[in-house]
Design a protein around this ligand. Structure first.
Ligand SMILES: C[S@@+](CC[C@H](N)C(=O)[O-])C[C@H]1O[C@@H](n2cnc3c(N)ncnc32)[C@H](O)[C@@H]1O
Length: 296
C-alpha cells in the first residue's frame, strides 16, 4: 500500500474551523492531491462525506492505494476531473447542493518532486507540467513552437516576469540550434538572461507562467468560483487557499461580486499560517485563505 510522503497539507486547523458548519453534510474538496485535508476533516467529523476532485491520475492512485484514505473509502466520492466541471459532475451524481467547498490551489509537493513530471527547474527530464496527463499540450510544445510575442505575453501575464521580452528572445534564438527538451535546459537559458539574486531561482516566474498556461489554471479557477453560488446551501462556506497574487486577485474579486447574491465575506483580512507552521512547512508561508458564506 502507498503510504509514502505526498504532500504536507497547509493550515488544516484553520480550514476545518472555517469550513465545517454542518457536522453531517456533504463537502467538496476541489484539490484532493494526497488527501491531507480530506483525511483531517474525515477523522475529525465522523459523519461528513466528501466529493473529491483532482485531475491528476497520481492523486486518484493515491486515494486507491493509501491505507489511511481507504479507511474512509465509503465517505469519499472521487472524481478524477477538472474542478471547472463541478456543476456537470454534481448533476451526474445527483447532488445539487453541498454544505461547503474547499480548494487548495496550485501543485502538490509530489508533482514538483517527481522529476519525471517536468514541473521543476531542477528536473533533467522533458518539460511537461501537465497536471492531467491525458491532456495533449505540454510545456515542451509551448517552449518549442510558440512565437516570440506569444511567449513574452505568457511570461508577462502569468509570471509577472520583468525580463519576459529578453527571455522570449533568447528562447527563440536557442531554437535555431535545436529544441529545448528538458527543464534544466530552459532554466539555464533563463539564468543566462537574469542574474542569480538571493535564494530564489531566477527561472521561478517563468516556470510558474508555463505551468499556469499549460493547465489553463486561471480560467479553470474562475469557472469553479462561478459555480459556487449555484451549489452552496444556506450557511455553507467556500474556503480557498491561494499561493500567488494572480489567483488571490481572482478569488477576492469573485467573493466581492457574490455579495449581491446574498453572500457574506467572513474574513475582511486575509488569513495566513502561524509562525510555527511556517517554520515546519515553508510552503505555508505564501498561503492566503479567503472565506465566504452563503446566507440565503
Ligand atoms: C496543493 S495540491 C493539494 C494538496 C492537498 N490539499 C493535500 O492535502 O494533499 C493541489 C492539487 O490540486 C490539483 N488541481 C489543481 N488544479 C486543478 C483543477 N483545475 N482541477 C482538478 N484538480 C486540480 C493538482 O493536481 C494537485 O494535486
Amino acid at each position: 500500500m502507498d503510504n509514502i510522503f505526498y504532500h504536507q497539507p497547509v493550515m488544516v486547523n484553520e480550514v476545518s474551523n472555517y469550513l465545517i458548519t454542518e457536522k453531517d453534510g456533504y463537502y467538496i474538496d476541489c484539490t484532493f492531491g494526497g488527501g491531507g485535508h480530506s483525511l483531517y476533516l474525515l477523522e475529525k467529523y465522523k459523519n461528513i462525506k466528501i466529493i473529491a476532485f483532482d485531475q491528476d491520475g497520481d492523486s486518484f492512485n493515491r486515494f486507491n492505494s493509501n491505507n489511511n484514505l481507504q479507511k474512509f473509502k465509503d465517505k469519499i466520492i472521487f472524481c478524477k476531473d477538472n474542478f471547472r466541471n463541478i456543476l456537470k459532475i454534481l448533476s451526474n451524481i445527483k447532488i445539487d447542493k453541498v454544505n461547503g467547498l474547499f480548494a487548495d490551489l496550485g501543485v502538490s509537493s509530489k508533482q514538483l518532486d517527481d522529476m519525471a513530471r517536468g514541473f521543476s527547474f531542477k528536473s533533467d527530464e522533458i518539460l511537461d507540467m501537465r497536471m492531467d496527463q491525458s491532456q495533449k499540450i505540454t510545456a515542451y510544445d509551448i517552449v518549442n513552437t510558440f512565437s516570440k510575442e506569444k511567449l513574452q505575453d505568457i511570461f508577462f501575464k502569468y509570471g509577472e516576469e520583468p525580463f519576459a521580452r529578453q527571455i522570449a528572445d533568447k528562447i527563440v534564438d536557442y531554437r535555431i540550434k535545436g529544441s529545448i527538451k528538458t527543464c534544466n535546459q530552459l532554466s539555464d537559458i533563463v539564468c543566462s538572461v537574469k542574474w542569480v539574486k538571493g535564494k530564489i531561482n531566477p527561472s521561478t516566474k517563468i516556470f510558474q507562467a508555463l505551468r499556469i498556461y499549460v493547465n489553463d489554471e486561471l480560467a479553470s479557477l474562475q469557472e469553479m468560483l462561478d459555480s459556487i453560488p449555484k451549489i452552496l446551501s444556506k450557511n455553507a462556506r467556500a474556503v480557498i487557499l491561494t499561493y500567488h497574487s494572480l489567483e488571490d486577485r481572482i478569488v477576492k474579486q469573485s467573493f466581492k461580486s457574490f455579495q449581491i447574491q446574498g453572500f457574506k465575506i467572513i474574513n475582511k483580512k486575509i488569513i495566513t499560517a502561524g509562525e510555527d507552521e511556517i517554520k515546519n512547512n515553508p510552503r505555508s508561508r505564501s498561503a492566503k485563505m479567503r472565506v465566504v458564506e452563503q446566507q440565503k
